[in-house]
Design a protein around this ligand. Sequence first.
Ligand SMILES: Cc1ncc(COP(=O)(O)O)c(C=O)c1O
Length: 469
Amino acid sequence: MVVQQTRSHFMPATDATPGEMDEMAREHVWAHSIPWIDVAENDGMRVFARGEGSKLWDIHGREYIDGISGLWVVNAGHGRTEIGDAMAEQARKLAYVSAESYTSEPTVRLAHTLSEIMPGDLSRVYFCSGGSEAVETALKIAKQVQAMRGFPRRYKIISRRGSYHGMTHGAMSLTATRNEAYFGPFMYGVSHVPHPNQYRSDFGLDGEAADIMAARYVEQEVENQGPETVAAVIGEPISSAAGVHVPSATYWKMLREICDRHGVLLIADEVINGFGRTGKMFATEHFDFVPDIMTIAKALTSGYAPMAAAVVRPEVFDVFTKQELIGMGHLLTFGGHPVAAVAALKNLEIYEEEGLVQRGDEMGGYLRARLEELCAHPTVAEVRGLGMLNAIQVTSDKATKGKWKKDSKFPKRLTSLLMDRGFITRVTGEVMHFAPPLVVTRDEIDAMVTIADECLTIAENEFASEISA
Ligand SMILES: Cc1ncc(COP(=O)(O)O)c(C=O)c1O
């Protein structure tokens, strides 16, 4: 399209009308993963202009509640001018140094702060720019450390069914929904084991027994693969992608013991879970275990800058100090970016000043209590979650825990009904997520539940033939 402008073509079209902006988005922005038909049916992509707390406004002035914190990212809420100001000041002072052998003041301060707040002795920080990079880094650390410890054949990684660990090639290889037809063959040596799931156990068991069996399966997999070939086991303490199933503490205790018994490194992916999302600073704290490597991203900066990290324990880093001639076979140009580091530091300062972790936990409890009311719906089977990581199980048949037909349009319709009423969230197959910023208010929670209630009723009426009441 031609936007009327008198200035250079290289200047951004700052005076474009909202209509022109919509059209430019349609013509030039590539929506990251949704099919093009969804963009077209939505009349293009929604272009957002402003945010404040848990609210967003698009370029047409329409107001929305951000019920998923961007993508489990904006924990401290939108519109934090103090973070923006601190970033601007740092950019004026020093915007970049390479991470290859240098670092910067804010990056050092952040690494120190993280070593203070992270569980156990996780204290050596390899900075990256996003969650997938953090997972790639963790994978490479695990493989290189195993080799440097004298086990070069330990290259295999055990991941869990239903899990998501990112979309770069190594991380995607661990992701359960990887697309073999487009991107195979994947990284060699990855296997997927059952995920803890007390709602629909792979083993036909209930409660903790289901989780114990899932943990035993991990050990069986290590033994089947041959412990001398396994580098690491990776999992989110509470996986969003797998459906927000909160495992019993026994599960993680068992995984820690299994990994120790077999010389396997344990990687906790806290890209979503970290920074207060689950009611504690890190979700591993609920389960009282310390992984060998933890990946963090998203709410590390609450989305104000792209930043992530793989953080390891001294005994993992020690192999590099003992074999001092060998470096890590990895380099990321933007790792430890000073402006992003300042965003993270300011974000963590806000956490402390406002008691955000505790606030998120309390408001999460209120949210879950309100969500229980939705269980009166014929399609809502149960409410799950911890802190501000919550979901409802949306089923076509409560009695049999029936799944929607593969081509059912119910989840998509529900998502668009919610969006049209100003509630942004995700309905992924059977699970509808409720994960607003930790600063969400009671009124906003009430509004989300009211909208969800109304939209479920509309969708249930429209799809009555697919639902067994
Ligand atoms: C658990 C987990 N790990 C890794 C990633 C990848 O992060 P990114 O999208 O920042 O690359 C995600 C993204 O949602 C995630 O949920």
